[in-house]
Design a protein around this ligand. Structure first.
Ligand SMILES: *Cc1c(COP(=O)(O)O)cnc(C)c1O
Length: 376
């Protein structure tokens, strides 16, 4: 039977194999595993690609968020606002640093932070906002920056799912997501749009002082060797991952194009049924479709998932439980029903496979298999 995985990293690797293998062999033969020219080259190329002054590579996207919050010198009790409909890492680092996560709902059509809810959640203790560019398109950054400026707050963009997306300002200016707030964070987890072959992450900023502080924090709080002025962490991107990323960065825009092709195919195929609400792309952003997440309207989700499974088609739920209903994050401030949109989405979303290696026949197989169940 035909198998359709959520991602096809092997197929993608085969196309860049000679270049990747050569770089990895070179690292193996010189044992230059930590730091060195590959990390530097990738850092500089990513700075150029994003149009940002500083990229600080680190070990993963979760560390990127944590280091960003450490650099802003946030203190226990400081409130950090993010959404309840996101991957756990966003809220996790807030909790880990003993800051207070303040959760808000998302918009029903973009799955991104609801601006009105965000403004309502601000208190005198609020210090930062963490918008998540969920599934590959930008949150309303212009509005978010205006709110942040009005209330003197930091903005840390969680760009783990949107690297390469463009944000169009109302004056026509275009910036990459992750370069608009004070700090941007990303993940190079293998299945991310720019993924390495292990774990990796990076932090972006145009601010020289913050950049310097974050470079010190990722290196054990050390500016001069064995002199530790701050409590830091050990968070590095290794040379092999950097070499892979430097090669894949050259293809990032064409990878996004391939993903958009898949998304458009799905959108067209499902446009005739009211039982599927296909994802929209806001006019102020490009969408790089880290995930293709659609909302089912009166469809038995478990039934559809089983049906797809019998056809060899993978699918997933991003995300089944909002943060405020997660066991580790239960909080007397929040109760069921407080975030109706997120709760509704958790019950009704389904993600179909989207990656860079699709062919027409497979797309037709996926869409007809979905429609077969929906229309029966
Ligand atoms: C993947 C992801 C992260 C964390 O990245 P890791 O590299 O896995 O630590 C953070 N936020 C979001 C929204 C993500 O999707």
């Amino acid at each position: 039977m035909k198998q359709v995985p959520m991602v096809d990293l092997v197929g993608q690797y085969k196309k860049i194999k000679p270049e990747v293998d050569e770089a990895i062999e070179k690292i193996l033969s010189t044992a230059g595993f930590i730091g060195g020219p590959y990390v530097k080259s990738f850092q500089e190329n990513l700075e150029k690609y994003l149009g940002i002054k500083h990229v600080i590579p680190c070990a993963n996207g979760t560390d990127a968020l944590q280091v960003a919050m450490m650099a802003l010198n946030l203190q226990p009790g400081d409130e950090v606002i993010t959404t309840t409909f996101t991957f756990i890492a966003t809220a996790e680092v807030i909790a880990l640093l003993r800051l207070t996560p303040v959760l808000v709902d998302v918009e029903k059509d973009t799955y991104n932070i609801d601006i009105k809810a965000l403004e309502k959640a601000i208190t005198p203790r609020t210090k930062a906002i963490v918008p998540v560019h969920l599934f590959g398109q930008s949150a309303k950054m212009e509005e978010i920056m205006a709110i942040a400026n009005k209330h003197n707050l930091y903005v840390i963009e969680d760009n783990a799912q949107a690297i390469g997306a463009d944000y169009m300002f109302s004056n026509g200016k275009v910036k990459k997501t992750g370069t608009i707030g004070h700090i941007g964070c990303t993940s190079f987890f293998p299945s991310k749009n720019l993924g390495c072959y292990g774990d990796g992450g990076a932090i972006f900023t145009d601010d020289d002082v913050l950049a310097n502080q974050m470079r010190i924090i990722v290196n054990h709080g050390m500016a001069t060797r064995y002199y530790h002025d701050f409590v830091g962490v050990n968070s590095r991107l290794d040379a092999i991952q950097a070499a892979v990323l430097d090669i894949k960065l050259k293809h990032l825009d064409s990878y996004a194009e391939a993903r958009r092709y898949v998304a458009n195919y799905y959108n067209n195929a499902f446009s005739k049924t009211e039982k599927i609400i296909t994802p929209i792309t806001s006019p102020f952003t490009t969408h790089i479709f880290h995930q293709y997440v659609m909302v089912l309207n009166g469809v038995d989700r478990d039934g559809l998932m089983n049906h797809l499974q019998t056809k060899g088609i993978s699918c997933a739920i991003y995300y089944p439980v909002p943060i405020h209903q997660q066991k580790a994050y239960l909080d007397p401030r929040y109760k069921d029903g407080d975030f109706p949109v997120s709760e509704y989405l958790c019950k009704n979303v389904i993600a179909l496979p989207v990656h860079t290696e699709f062919d027409e026949e497979t797309l037709e197989y996926v869409t007809s298999s979905v429609l077969e169940f929906i229309e029966k």
